[in-house]
Design a protein around this ligand. Structure first.
Ligand code: FEO
Length: 169
């Protein structure tokens, strides 16, 4: 495998674990303020990010490439309002989309079609992640300022259940 492609794939393991850590921190924030549904939503988001990390890990292993595990950065954002957390989530997903695109471009440059095919799932997934983050912001803007509506939204988010990724390596 091309060295740049391998390095970017390896870095992505770390980025996805950081994403899991970040969402766990968001979940922690919402637990602290008593919004258990939001906490559940981000807890499941964190699980999905761990799955993403493991898919990159597994892909490199399947390709007989070395994996190097680096330190995971500390999530250090401080939030003033609940909606700030949601905005931070959307911004983070846009950043992750840019990372996936960078790996895709590097793979494309060296005609690494197998890696491009592997990444196709993530390209689609990032579209869904951004849509979900946007939808959450819209709902919060509509209902967040009314306590009764916020309670209903919290209940809706409490119902989110984890499902394993559709991509199997
Ligand atoms: Fe692994 Fe939310 O992107």
């Amino acid at each position: 495998m091309d060295k740049r492609v391998r390095d970017l794939l390896n870095q992505q393991i770390n980025k996805e674990f950081y994403s899991a850590y970040l969402y766990l921190d968001f979940s922690n924030y919402f637990s602290r303020v008593g919004l258990d549904g939001f906490a559940n939503w981000y807890m499941i988001q964190a699980q999905e990010e761990r799955d993403h990390a493991m898919l990159f890990y597994q892909y490199l292993q399947n390709e007989n490439e070395d994996v190097t595990l680096e330190a995971i950065a500390k999530p250090d954002k401080v939030f003033e309002q609940h909606i700030d957390v949601l905005h931070a989530g959307l911004e983070h997903e846009k950043y992750v989309t840019s990372l996936i695109n960078d790996i895709y471009e590097a793979a494309h440059d060296v005609k690494d079609f197998r890696t491009m095919q592997f990444l196709d799932w993530f390209v689609k997934e990032q579209g869904e992640e951004e849509t979900n983050a946007n939808d959450l912001i819209t709902k919060m803007e509509l209902f967040g300022s009314d306590p009764r509506s916020l309670y209903m939204l919290n209940s809706e988010l409490a119902a989110r259940v984890y499902s394993a990724p559709s991509l199997v390596l």
